[in-house]
Design a protein around this ligand. Structure first.
Ligand SMILES: Cc1cc2nc3c(=O)[nH]c(=O)nc-3n(C[C@H](O)[C@H](O)[C@H](O)COP(=O)(O)OP(=O)(O)OC[C@H]3O[C@@H](n4cnc5c(N)ncnc54)[C@H](O)[C@@H]3O)c2cc1C
Ligand code: FES
Length: 289
């Protein structure tokens, strides 16, 4: 090996590297992205915006990036952490993340400042599908799941498909991103503090949307009980649905099988890897978590 030659990886540096023709056919890449914005949105969640490469900007709703988070302490962080893209801003060549600080990885991520570089791999996984024949979709998210549903709502708006976003949260501080969803359509916030997030109430809201023919497809992420509710209503009313699943991951690329979950396809149990066969799956085939 020549002195100065990279020994491990040679990431694409946003704003500096020139896209290599030899790797143009590979849909994902490792890239170093300058941080342009990074602020708390409440006591637990941060909003991160980075400049992204052309390949990263090809991300589709529901896909994710595997982030190399800086260590928050003297120890090593061995694995990357998966995060869905929350908003895609192709005009300004930026991608956005909305994430909850839960452990060492995300606490380390939270230390990044404007001007720092974030190492990301992606876009990865299979995202949501939008059928242009649908006139109105319903997205139902809770907690970190709200972030994942942002881009599909953005895409629906771009295709003149109506959106009702039901955002479930502990209290009003955690109904994040209502601005983003408000740009795409109607927003209904349901809270634990006033009891409106109870499954029976969300069922009533969904029932009304179905009766008004404003539910051609269902999308959900972030809560098993809300997923089970949408799955049951979807089956009863023959409404197609998609769920974005979250699962602890290691490689994020397929070979390690850390992220396997059980699915039920035509009455038979099947194991699938969330990182490469998902994270978005048919709602009726997913079993839950
Ligand atoms: C495809 C995908 C997309 C995701 N998108 C987002 C997002 O947009 N915003 C967001 O805030 N989070 C998202 N997550 C969850 C995020 O990856 C985890 O919160 C993160 O990896 C935790 O890392 P940590 O080191 O901070 O915490 P750890 O110390 O690793 O874990 C702290 C706690 O979080 C749980 N946890 C760890 N990894 C995951 C995981 N992958 N899924 C669920 N729980 C986990 C652990 O069981 C533990 O209870 C996503 C996960 C997946 C698989
Ligand atoms: S995380 Fe390694 S196979 Fe999915």
């Amino acid at each position: 090996m020549m002195a100065g030659e990279p020994f491990a990886s040679n990431p694409f540096v946003v704003g500096k590297s020139i896209p290599a023709a030899a790797t143009a056919h590979i849909p994902a890449e490792e890239s170093l992205c300058p941080v342009v914005f990074h602020e708390w949105v409440n006591s637990e969640y941060k909003h991160l915006i980075v400049e992204a490469s052309a390949k990263a900007l090809a991300v589709t709703p529901g896909q994710f990036f595997h982030l190399l988070c800086p260590s928050p302490d003297v120890g090593e962080l061995f694995f990357r952490r998966p995060q869905s893209v929350y908003r895609i801003d192709r005009t300004r060549s930026r991608i956005e993340f909305l994430y909850k600080c839960v452990g060492r990885g995300t606490r380390g991520l939270a230390t990044l400042e404007q001007g720092d570089q974030l190492n990301i791999v992606g876009p990865l996984g299979v995202g949501f599908r939008l059928d242009p024949a649908w006139q109105h979709i319903v997205v139902l998210g809770r907690g970190v799941g709200i972030a994942t549903l942002g881009p599909i709502s953005q895409l629906a708006r771009e295709h003149d498909v109506g959106v009702t976003a039901i955002l479930s949260a502990r209290d009003k501080d955690f109904v994040m991103a209502d601005g983003l969803f408000g740009e795409a359509g109607d927003v209904v916030g349901v809270l634990d503090t006033d009891g409106s997030s109870a499954v029976e109430n969300v069922e009533k809201i969904l029932g009304d949307l179905i009766a008004q023919k404003r539910a051609d497809a269902f999308f959900t992420c972030g809560s098993n009980r809300l997923f089970q509710l949408m799955k049951r209503l979807g089956k009863a009313h023959r409404i197609p649905g998609q769920v974005a699943m979250e699962q602890v991951m290691a490689c994020g690329l397929g070979p390690c099988y850390v992220c396997v979950r059980t699915f039920e396809v035509n009455g038979k149990k099947e194991l699938r890897r969330v990182c490469i066969e998902g994270p978005v799956f048919d709602m009726q085939e997913a079993v839950g978590w």
